[in-house]
Design a protein around this ligand. Structure first.
Ligand SMILES: [Zn+2]
Length: 106
């Protein structure tokens, strides 16, 4: 019990950092090495489910909400800024065509 209290937050922190690094690398590699980038994205997802850590929004937005694929911004997804008075971004997945919107808090 005692050990769990000390160890758990550290493990979670490391897992979170790994996920962030993997997603960053996946985005960087999406153009030059799509296979490697898919693998890195898959590993990040596996860390998230294994450690039951919810990915922060900026990491989750590189995964399509519908087909769950890794979609690199500007490569297999398109990010558009909304023109309405409410600031929003539209992310469309090139793989399944799903479009989702995200309102940016002011
Ligand atoms: Zn999709």
């Amino acid at each position: 019990m005692f050990l769990e209290i000390i160890v758990k937050p550290a493990v979670r922190k490391i897992a979170m950092e790994r996920m962030q690094i993997l997603i960053e690398n996946a985005i960087t590699n999406a153009k030059i090495n799509p296979e490697l980038s898919q693998r890195q994205a898959f590993l990040a997802r596996r860390i998230s489910s294994r450690h039951k850590i919810r990915m922060p929004y900026d990491l989750r937005m590189v995964f399509c909400k519908k087909c769950k694929s890794f979609i690199a911004p500007g490569i297999n997804s398109r990010i558009r800024l909304g023109r309405a008075s409410v600031k929003s971004i539209r992310i469309s997945c090139y793989l399944c065509g799903h479009i989702y919107r995200k309102i940016i808090p002011q």
